[in-house]
Design a protein around this ligand. Structure first.
Ligand code: WTA
Length: 641
């Protein structure tokens, strides 16, 4: 079912030939109809400021804006200037006055089998109020930074919302990060409090988070208190006067708390992400524009309805967990599932079991998760009915068409459209994505969301022709965009807005656009090989390798070659039941030769057990490359193992 499409020797592309038209039942029920979608695209093209203003009108504000967008000092844009709001008012307070008061807001699933909790909007609201008061009792004020070092626990959601409610700024550090990484972030943000747990469950083991915090605390001068959630219950030392139990703080706290009236540009959270240099970047998001962007995208793209059970599998330590596990589903008044643990625990069908257990209708996950689960075959999902699913999503990496089709057939049972959503920590919200009524092309993230202006350009900022790859840039500001890098506006300006001429935002990704205006993301700009002057996207090589029935995962890196400049080395993980062999090595090389042509010169194929990954599951090719070349791998704080 794949076709070879030859433009030039450099761009021999492998594409799935089938396209997937929206199903009639999806079109009938979608939150955005095909004609509304077409209209929205036109409106967003004609006047994106007005387009976003209309979206903002659907939310509640204490005071409306004087101006929608202030672009007088680019790239420091301000949205909904003069408006007063609070994201928590939209996520909780307003629902309490409606029938949603007693609707389930969060279904929390612990990793141990059989453990779950359901919290209604009213219960969540009161818990948040109590914790807001607990923070106030520690003299936490508007603008103070609070570090949260916990995975998907209910208390994590409560803590985030409580910070936002009183105007404090949360800064979540992924619970898999080391003490060093935690300390570095806490000190950079000058956090006054760290919130953590005694121990948490991960893949059948208890991870002692408090111990990591102890180690970080050796050098965290700004931290006055550490609040500890009792999760696993093993004995821990709480003798340090700065350490407080969550439950003790909550016990006496009142369940009434005024929501702080904030400027629309008031900081909501800092989330650190790695860049090309060793030092992590603190991406800063604000209340007003962010809530508008994530609300509009979740409602249209994930089509969330009052009756839906929605599950985004992301950890809250990542932007997807912030925007699409917690904030946006609550703003939409939905029911969101939070899962504490590992997708393979206790068996590799855990995700399918949870879908059936709660009757999940919308499932949003990552290509790595899908590839990992696909490795165990189609038999496991077949043991579960999965009949409640109606919409699927993916984010984080390019999804190759074979995996897309597997997801579509085996999980969605050919009745769930797949939303392949492209976006970044910095963008805060989905940027290039289909909607349920779009025609889908496996492997393409479809078209820019209405109101988002995207282009593919060369180094000088000139648009490249259709079908050619170039740098993916965003030409106009959008409401959920990050406002700066914490404490480093210079780096914000230089790294994102001055790389390519014209003041555009540089995403760091490569992409090409096809004749229908669909985008094909080709990986990071630094993931492109130059083999004898020919440009080869490593993702394209990986996609070919992944189409071989024996391959579960693949990563391609460039290695220096004295004659060709660079050649490709491919690391592969085999599916269960396959063994490395010279024959398989030969087959893979032949497949690449056949699909991509002789320009892709393969230096070696190496069979490995695992690939180095970030905790969010992205393959860290930088680490492979460093070990291959015997050089310093740089910042390893995001590495999972
Ligand atoms: C990549 C995650 C292809 C891309 C929300 C981007 C994708 C980086 C997709 C951001 C997608 C994200 N298809 N690639 N659908 N979504 N990416 O900041 O390289 O963790 O620049 O945000 O992930 O990763 P981040």
């Amino acid at each position: 079912m794949v076709r070879k499409k030859e433009n030039t020797a450099t761009e021999v592309l492998v594409e799935e030939q089938r396209v997937f038209r929206p199903l009639p039942e999806t079109v009938v029920e979608a939150n955005i109809t095909p004609s509304e979608y077409r209209k929205a695209i036109k409106e967003g093209e004609r006047n994106f400021v007005e387009f976003w203003e209309k979206a903002a009108e659907e939310l509640e504000w204490f005071e409306k804006w004087d101006k929608v967008l202030d672009d007088s000092n680019p790239p420091f844009y301000r949205w909904f200037v003069g408006a007063k709001c609070n994201i928590v008012y939209n996520a909780l307070d307003r629902h309490i006055k409606t029938f949603r008061k007693n609707k389930i807001a969060i279904i929390w699933r612990g990793e141990p089998v059989g453990e779950y909790r359901k919290l209604t909007y009213y219960e969540l609201y009161r818990q948040v109020n109590k914790f807001s008061n607990a923070l106030k009792s520690l003299e936490i004020k508007k603008g103070d930074r609070i570090a949260i070092y916990m995975p998907n626990l209910l208390q994590t959601a409560i803590a985030m919302l409580a910070c936002a409610k009183i105007g404090a700024v949360h800064m979540i550090v992924h619970s898999g990060f080391s003490a060093h990484a935690l300390r570095e972030r806490v000190n950079d943000a000058k956090a006054r409090v760290i919130i953590t747990a005694d121990g948490v469950y991960r893949n059948g083991k208890i991870i002692n988070l408090k111990e990591v915090v102890d180690e970080a605390m050796i050098e965290c001068p700004t931290v006055e208190h550490v609040i500890v959630v009792k999760r696993s219950g093993q004995p821990i030392d709480m003798s340090d006067g700065r350490y407080l139990w969550w439950d003790d703080l909550m016990e006496g706290a009142s369940d009434e708390c005024e929501t702080e009236i904030l400027d629309a540009e008031h900081p909501l959270y800092i989330l650190y992400t790695s860049g090309t240099t060793g030092k992590p970047k603190g991406v800063l998001h604000v209340h007003g524009g962010y809530m508008v962007g994530i609300f509009r995208t979740l409602k249209w793209v994930f089509d969330i309805k009052e009756t839906d059970i929605y599950w985004c599998t992301a950890d809250v330590g990542w932007v997807t967990g912030h925007s699409y596990t917690i904030y946006a589903p609550l703003i939409c008044g939905g029911t969101t599932v939070m899962y504490e643990g590992h997708p393979l625990w206790p068996k590799p069908d855990r995700m399918w079991q949870i879908v059936d257990e709660f009757g999940v209708n919308i499932l949003y996950t990552s290509p790595t998760t899908i590839r990992m689960l696909r490795r165990f075959g189609s038999e496991l999902p077949r043991r579960h009915s999965l009949k409640t699913l109606r919409l699927l999503g993916t984010v984080g990496e390019p999804i190759n068409s074979e995996v897309w089709i597997w997801y579509y057939e085996n999980i969605g049972k050919e009745r769930c459209p797949i939303m392949d959503t492209w976006w970044q920590t910095e963008t805060g919200m989905l940027m290039i994505t289909p909607v349920p009524v779009s025609l889908l092309k496996p492997g393409s993230t479809s078209r820019p969301f209405p109101g988002i202006h995207v282009d593919v350009v060369d180094r000088n900022g000139n648009p490249v022709p259709v079908g050619k790859s170039g740098f993916l840039v965003i030409k106009k500001p959008w409401p959920a965009m990050f406002r700066t890098l914490w404490g480093n506006p210079k780096r914000y300006k230089e790294e994102y807005f001055e790389v390519i001429p014209g003041g555009v935002y540089t995403t760091g990704d490569l992409a090409r656009r096809d004749e229908d205006g669909y985008f094909w993301i080709q990986g990071r700009a630094d993931d492109v090989l130059n083999i004898a002057g020919y440009r080869v996207g490593t993702v394209e090589v990986e996609n070919v390798v992944l189409s071989h029935p024996a391959i579960a995962e693949a990563a391609c890196i460039g290695v220096p070659d004295p004659i060709k400049g660079e050649t490709a080395k491919i690391f592969v993980v085999l599916k269960n039941g396959y063994l490395p062999s010279d024959e398989l090595d030969r087959e893979l090389r032949q497949l690449i030769m056949k699909r991509l042509g002789p320009v892709v010169i393969i230096k070696a194929v190496e069979f490995v057990e695992n690939l180095p990954k970030t905790k969010s599951g992205k393959i860290m090719k930088r680490v492979l490359k460093a070990s291959e070349l015997g050089i310093d791998p740089g910042d390893l704080t995001t590495l999972a193992d």
